[in-house]
Design a protein around this ligand. Structure first.
Ligand code: FDA
Length: 306
């Protein structure tokens, strides 16, 4: 892992830095590149603008590791309200949630109840996505996914290709005929836990994607590829075509503000594309993870400063 990436990921865990920099306007302006605004209404407006281009959305309110049950209950109420607004506006939008934002650190049973309540409220054919946080949460996230999905709920989970354990996790989940959003992984993890070199992560991603495609070809998995890596996208598309998988059986998810031209091109070519739209005031840790993915982005912040 490069020094710049390590420093940015270390910074993303600092409450002191978050307090110091979140109030600086130039940082806020730079973060706007990756989010349409802090309010739910901003995210819904982004969803409304993307829909006519054939691009769906996944909305997520930023925030993680809440420390009280009251906060977690507030997040659940907020997401229930968001689902209501999505339904009333007939938007092609889904939600993605972080379990620590639903109170996982405070009360696991309450977190599971919230997850079930939200999953029960998603529209027909839609799905509630569960983000994957750092590796200390992998076991519990997969366990809650398994329990809720096992009861037939419409939930999907994110798996991170950089984790060495993920091939085994994927095999263990496949009997559930799961919806899986495969990403590379965004947290600082020790080399014993995660591949450190980009080429190893990319290779792991392709192996996992190929396994998901095999199951999708048999109608036994719903794969979503969360990546902006167009080389990977093209390799996976070629493999899907060779396996006779029709284009819309897999989805391509990208982040708001990244590779927008490729998002439009993919959608125009008949692929199912969604953009993950983040909103909310707790954007600092999330924004530093976006900078760490591409340390050249730091220049964008500097440009905003001057
Ligand atoms: P890679 O980092 O190799 O980037 C490929 C190319 O995309 C770059 O060369 C650049 O052009 C562009 N790019 C990528 N990131 C950029 C950035 N920040 N700014 C500008 N350009 C950029 N992670 C996680 O741990 N848990 C999760 O739940 C999720 N959820 C999630 C959902 C969705 C829809 C996406 C797209 C991603 C996530 N991630 C995530 C983040 C993921 O793990 C990963 O960090 C990023 O997607 C970056 O990896 P890429 O696959 O894009 O490849």
């Amino acid at each position: 892992m490069s020094l710049a990436r390590s420093l940015l990921l270390a910074g993303s865990r600092s409450r002191f830095l978050a307090g110091l920099l979140r109030r600086r306007h130039f940082v806020g302006r730079a973060a706007r590149r990756f989010m349409p605004g802090e309010e739910l209404s901003d995210a819904l407006e982004a969803a409304r603008l993307l829909a006519p281009r054939g691009i769906g959305t996944v909305l997520t309110k930023l925030g993680e590791n809440v420390t009280t049950l009251a906060e977690a209950e507030g997040v659940e109420r907020h997401y229930l309200e968001a689902l209501g607004q999505i339904e009333r506006a007939a938007l092609p939008a889904q939600l993605s949630v972080k379990l620590t934002q639903l109170g996982l650190d405070v009360d696991r049973a309450a977190c599971e109840r919230s997850l079930r309540a939200l999953a029960a409220r998603v529209g027909d054919g839609s799905i509630l996505w569960i983000d994957m946080e750092d590796s200390s949460y992998t076991d519990v996230t997969l366990e809650l996914f398994r329990r809720v999905r096992g009861d037939g709920a419409s939930v999907g989970v994110c798996l991170q290709a950089y984790l060495r354990r993920t091939p085994a996790d994927l095999e263990a989940l496949l009997p559930l005929e799961p919806a899986i959003r495969l990403v590379k992984g965004a947290y600082a993890e020790p080399p014993a836990v995660a591949h450190a070199k980009k080429r190893d992560v990319d290779a792991a991603y392709l192996v996992l994607a190929t396994r998901l495609l095999e199951r999708a070809a048999a109608g036994k998995a719903r794969p979503v590829f969360g990546t902006h890596d167009m080389r990977l996208v093209e390799s996976i598309r070629a493999r899907a075509a060779a396996a006779g998988i029709p284009p819309r059986r897999c989805e391509w998810h990208m982040l708001y503000g990244i590779r927008e031209k490729d998002q439009r091109t993919l959608a125009a070519s008949g692929e199912a594309v969604r953009v993950l739209v983040s909103y909310g005031s707790a954007w600092f840790a999330w924004y530093l993870r976006r900078l760490a993915e591409r340390p050249a982005n730091v220049w964008f912040v500097v440009k905003n400063l001057v």
